[in-house]
Design a protein around this ligand. Structure first.
Ligand code: ADP
Length: 258
């Protein structure tokens, strides 16, 4: 990323045929990035051309979730996305080391997002998933300005604490006249491997309540599943590495609705 790089016009203006989803959550740790990575790979497996823009600039995890860590090549001032598991990726994480904290302020973040949209030679994408930072901060606001056609995918756990803060994101989207594609409830239940009994570890109903409040469909519920966490740690999303597991099945069904 270079501060002096001119923004070369946005690749995803209103004329574009790319469907853009902004994946958002009220708070961190609800599985937003894990869900983004799995949806992207599930869509690619369905034959779509898919990109992921990791806009979670402080908590970027897309390189890790896809098991890639290399700086994108630049040709004539345009960066090429990094390809992994059939998905085109762009992330701040490709440009910094783990030891180096990202300390950018609002204007720099806005510029980075602008460059990720305009100065990246994205292939002709059917779907671009944008992994937003949690909450309603600068980046989310910048994104609404830069990609007015993006539709919101809100991720929450069933817990009221997560659902209530996610409502703020939903309201912000509505105020900005951003379409809301739907709600995904993650960590819905824990299924015991031994007895197959299901325990609502984080309570239940948060996804449906959020969907009702922001007047959007509940697209699906993803259970707590070791396979999903392991896939993230291995850099091979579960929909690819362990497609028969309950979480992978749920995510593939959700991808089928996008
Ligand atoms: P966020 O992007 O919302 O901060 P992450 O995607 O980084 O959240 O997920 C937080 C942690 O929870 C990660 O370690 C991830 O592997 C794990 N995780 C997310 N969803 C599930 C799930 N359904 N089952 C098991 N682990 C999960």
């Amino acid at each position: 990323l270079r501060g002096d790089m001119p923004a070369a016009g946005l690749a995803f203006g209103p004329d574009s045929r790319t469907t853009v989803y902004a994946v958002a959550s009220g708070k961190g740790g609800v599985g937003k990035s894990t869900i983004t990575a799995n949806l992207a790979v599930a869509l690619a497996l369905q034959g779509k051309r898919v990109g992921v823009l990791d806009a979670d600039v402080w908590g970027y995890s897309v390189p890790h979730l896809f098991g890639v860590r290399r700086a994108p090549v630049a040709i004539k001032g345009l960066m090429l996305p990094v390809e992994a598991h059939g998905v085109s990726l762009m992330s701040v994480g490709f440009f910094v080391t783990d030891e180096e904290p990202v300390v950018w302020r609002g204007p720099m973040l806005h510029k980075a997002l602008q460059q990720f949209l305009g100065d990246v030679r994205w292939p002709d994408l059917d779907v671009l998933l944008i992994d937003l930072p949690p909450g309603t901060g600068d980046i989310t606001m910048s994104l609404l300005e830069l990609v007015p056609d993006a539709a919101l995918l809100a991720v929450t756990t069933p817990q009221p604490a997560a659902q209530l803060v996610a409502e703020r994101v939903g309201r912000m989207a509505r105020n900005a006249r951003m379409p809301v594609a739907g709600v995904i409830e993650n960590m819905s239940t824990l299924v015991c491997d031994a007895c197959h009994e299901s325990t609502p570890l984080f309570g239940s109903g948060g996804g449906q309540r959020l969907a009702d409040v922001i007047d959007a469909p509940l697209l699906g519920q993803v259970p707590l599943d070791v396979a999903l966490r392991e896939g993230g740690d291995l850099g091979v999303p579960a929909v690819l590495g362990s497609p028969a597991t309950p979480s992978a099945q749920a995510l593939s069904r959700i991808a089928g609705q996008l």
